[in-house]
Design a protein around this ligand. Structure first.
Ligand code: BGC
Length: 347
């Protein structure tokens, strides 16, 4: 090619480049989405929020607000975002009963809402069409937890295996509950006890502690329980992994885990090993399952919920249509994501 032609094409290329730069800078700005987390110190929520931000990619800008467990603070942040006219609100409420006010407020400015993790009352969600909830049905996690326990104790309620340490054919358990009034804490606790009973197991609840989803609280409150009930305890059931990890720290501190068979690791073959079971599937919990301290967990699939939230956001922002929407929408409001059991030996 002659050099004059080369120069022409070079110039042409530069012009095209400048033109597309100009068009891009004139293009409409990306939609603005504001996300409100109840508390980013909660490891489940922190990882959930970072999964949402990963899934969003470049579809819209995402501003995250941390309420640090204060509904007052969350209301202030929400008010500001609504005033600024953001295009969509993603809300993990501190108090699920606050949803009523939040929905009314958003409706006045016609800003759609997706709630997640803390489920508003159905009557509140019904207040306005552009309001959705993405989450999991807590009863499913309770049933899966009970099934993991049933299989660990041999599966036959009439004749428990050696994990029934006092051989009385009853399972003596201590339970750790999340925050009172939270749909997951309430349903997981009663659901676990009821499912064990329905399956025919004789569960004796030695103690039920409320530890507010929190590791340090579970560590603190479990100390007196181990002191009082000692070797009577055959099972620890927790509404989430974070509290289960707190209890495990306590159990390690008072030397309840010992490699009695000297195979170089703690596991359920060691005599005196007490099963602890959680819910969520935190990375740290998976490590403790591998190490033998945590018997199992039930995955509260935030990764899939994050995908659902990102896809639903795109629909509400007009970036995609409902056609081929990859998640079933129940009652035009709910996207339910399944829990999955997880313990050593299970995939
Ligand atoms: C999770 C907990 C978390 C809580 C926060 C629950 O679904 O299992 O780990 O602390 O949500 O709302």
């Amino acid at each position: 090619m002659k050099s004059t032609n080369l120069a022409f094409f070079g110039l042409f290329g530069i012009l095209i480049g400048m033109l597309s730069g100009l068009i891009l800078s004139c293009a409409a700005p990306l939609p603005r989405v504001a996300l409100f987390a109840y508390n980013l110190e909660d490891p489940y929520i922190a990882s959930f929020v970072s999964q949402i931000s990963d899934q969003v990619g470049n579809s819209f800008t995402l501003e995250t607000y941390d309420a640090r467990n204060s509904q007052v603070l969350q209301n202030e942040d929400l008010e500001l975002a609504v005033k600024e006219g953001v295009d969509l609100l993603l809300v993990n409420p501190v108090d699920r009963l606050s949803a009523y006010g939040i929905i009314q407020h958003a409706r006045e400015r016609d800003i759609p809402l997706i709630f997640f993790n803390r489920e508003p009352l159905a009557t509140d969600l019904a207040l306005w069409d552009s309001t959705y909830y993405v989450g999991a049905q807590a009863i499913q996690s309770a049933v899966l937890q009970a099934e993991l326990v049933a299989s660990l104790f041999g599966g036959n309620p009439q004749s428990l295996n050696l994990f029934d340490r006092n051989a009385d054919n009853r399972i003596q358990a201590i339970l750790f509950k999340g925050e009172q009034g939270h749909q997951d804490a309430e349903i997981r606790t009663t659901g676990f006890v009821e499912t064990m009973t329905t399956m025919g197991f004789d569960l004796e609840v030695l103690a039920l502690e409320v530890a507010n989803w929190d590791r340090a609280e579970a560590y603190d409150t479990s100390g007196p329980l181990f002191a009082n009930f000692g070797s009577q305890i055959e099972l620890v059931v927790s509404n989430n992994d974070n509290m289960a990890l707190g209890v495990i720290s306590r159990m390690r501190q008072i030397s309840l885990f010992e490699d009695t068979n000297q195979n170089g690791r703690v596991d359920q073959d060691d005599s005196g090993w007490i099963p602890v079971i959680g819910i969520d599937g935190l990375d740290e919990a998976v490590i403790q399952i591998e190490e033998g301290y945590l018997y199992g967990t039930v995955v509260n699939d935030s990764n899939r919920m994050a995908t659902a939230i990102a896809e639903l956001s795109r629909v509400l922002l007009g970036q995609r249509s409902w056609e081929d929407f990859p998640f079933p929408l129940t009652n035009e409001k709910y996207i339910w994501i399944d829990y999955l059991p997880f313990s050593r030996g299970l995939p």
